[in-house]
Structure formats: C-alpha cells, structure tokens
Design a protein. Structure first.
Length: 151
C-alpha cells in the first residue's frame, strides 16, 4: 500500500513538474525579451501596368502583391494602405525604365519590392509598410496579346 501511494505521488509530481516546465519554456515572452510587434498582411487587388518603351506599349505586367504592416495601422488605415500600396506598385513598375520585364531576375524583384514600400511609405507620410510580398508577377508582351486576338 505504501509503495502504491509513493508511486502515485511520484507520478503526480512528475506530471505537475513537466507541465510547469513546458509552460515556462513555451511562454511567448520571457523576462528579458521585448514584446514583438504584431504584423498583418494586407492583400492588394491584382494590378495590370503597361510597359512603355520608346513611346510604344511593349506589353503589360500583371502583378499580385501583399504588403506587411503593423496590426494597429492595418486595422485603422486598411483602405489607405491598400490605395497607396497600389499606387506604389503602379509607379514602381511604370516609372522603372531599367527593368527588362521579359528577362526579369530575382534581384529585380527584390528591388521592385523595396521601391514599392518606399513609394507607399512616402505617400503615407510615415514608415508604416514593412515589406512588399510579391505573390506573382507576369509579363505579357504586346506581340503575344495581338497573336491571341487573331486566334
């Protein structure tokens, strides 16, 4: 009988100790850590931007993006963030003459994301947007569009 009580006490102590230890290890905020800022994803509508070179439309860039913003700003200014981020996407693509969208590289996409955030934050008046996540970006040449119209 004494053996069963002792064994039961050890089992209870081990269970409580394990539960306490797992709670301490998995706590989201430790005493020395600063609280992490909550970030929300604001999805933008797909956008089509004409690419003009030498006064002629050479094609269209179709892009789908999301931007990352602090939760507080994303909840209170969602429409404003989406509007200025959309303008940042359009201007970032339309005004950039150095990108060759038919031969785009990974470095170009990173630079484009950085420019979008820069343009939108300038319009917003403060650095709200943290990053632009490019979900998809495609280039459709004018020649391809004309070939599709003929078929």
């Amino acid at each position: 009988m004494m053996r069963s009580v002792l064994l039961g006490s050890v089992a209870i102590a081990a269970t409580l100790g394990g539960h306490f230890a797992s709670g301490m290890l998995s706590s989201p905020q430790r005493s020395g850590d600063a609280p992490q800022e909550q970030i929300d994803v604001v999805k933008l509508e797909p956008i089509s931007v004409p690419v003009i070179r030498d006064g002629k439309v050479v094609g269209y860039v179709i892009a789908r993006l999301s931007v990352l913003a602090p939760s507080a700003d994303a909840k209170t200014h969602k429409e404003l963030i989406a509007a200025y981020a959309g303008e940042g996407v359009f201007r970032g693509i339309y005004e950039e003459k150095s990108f060759d969208f038919s031969e785009m590289r990974a470095a170009d996409v990173s630079e484009l994301g950085r420019r979008i955030v820069e343009i939108a934050n300038k319009k917003l008046g403060k650095p709200i947007l943290r990053e632009a996540a490019i979900e998809s970006i495609n280039f459709v040449s004018q020649a391809e569009l004309q070939a599709r119209r003929k078929n």
